[in-house]
Design a protein around this ligand. Structure first.
Ligand code: SF4
Length: 255
């Protein structure tokens, strides 16, 4: 049986069956309309999103960060393979990762790409967890999103998007991490401009998608960007959002 998940005000919740339900309410009309259509169009499976999968299966913020670092500039499938291999050959505790040489970590995660840089980031994160005496980094998250963000952004290789994935996937902050798919779909729909900053896009999307739906919106926009609103040759004729889409109207020669 497929295990799915939904995101609500109380955090991620597993659901069994063929997909996720769309019972989340509230917020602006446009956001609600987009969400309802995307829910009908895409079935979210937690194994398609490595950070969510790791959060739901381990409950460890430290491991979620490792998985999210692995997914940078990579596919979730490759990141999942790298995560499993790292767990098998090195171990996923801060102690094991600090003890292991960078080369050993890089070898284990090679399939996800940028192995040397990611190995450095993972090892630096492990050193931070040891320094804090907080192996799962649960204490850091409990200190609040601002304190967690400040501490994590000091780790080279962890940027605002990685922190937002951690904060939103663990239910610490109701926000929308902006990855390449989210950015592309939002830009094509006309929700944000072409040259907007990460923070500007995020805050605009937070205005569009009501509280309690934002992490789900993040996942649905990624699913849409992967399968329909692809970077090259988007499948506009099959898109459930085409009548709302500025890109589609322009391509069709409309206003
Ligand atoms: S109509 Fe085309 S460009 Fe617009 S959201 Fe859909 S797939 Fe993307």
């Amino acid at each position: 049986m497929t295990v799915g998940f939904i995101w609500g005000a109380s955090g991620p919740r597993r659901v069994s069956g063929e997909g996720i339900g769309g019972a989340i309410k509230g917020g602006g009309d446009l956001g609600k309309e987009v969400l309802e259509r995307l829910r009908r169009a895409h079935r979210l499976k937690m194994e398609d999103f490595v950070s969510s999968y790791v959060n739901l299966t381990t409950g460890s913020p430290f491991r979620v960060l490792v998985a999210t670092i692995l997914s940078q500039n990579s596919t979730d499938k490759a990141a999942m393979r790298a995560y499993s291999e790292l767990e098998r050959s090195v171990g996923l505790t801060p102690e094991a990762l600090v003890r292991a040489g960078l080369r050993r970590i890089a070898r284990a995660i090679r399939v996800a790409g940028l192995a040397d840089a990611k190995a450095r980031a993972i090892r630096e994160l492990a050193a931070l967890a040891l320094r804090l005496g907080d192996p799962d980094l649960k204490g850091l998250l409990e200190s609040g999103p601002d304190a967690a963000r400040e501490a994590l952004l000091r780790v080279k290789g962890i940027g605002p998007k990685t922190v937002d994935v951690l904060l939103s996937s663990t239910g610490t902050l109701d926000t929308i991490p902006v990855d390449t798919h989210v950015r592309r779909v939002a830009q094509r729909l006309g929700l944000v401009g072409e040259r907007e900053s990460y923070e500007r896009i995020k805050s605009r999307l937070e205005e569009v998608f009501p509280p309690g739906t934002r992490y789900e919106a993040h996942l649905l926009l990624i699913a849409h960007g992967r399968s329909v609103c692809r970077s090259r040759r988007p499948l506009c004729d099959r898109c459930v959002l085409s009548d709302l889409c500025g890109y589609y109207r322009r391509a069709a020669g409309g206003s």
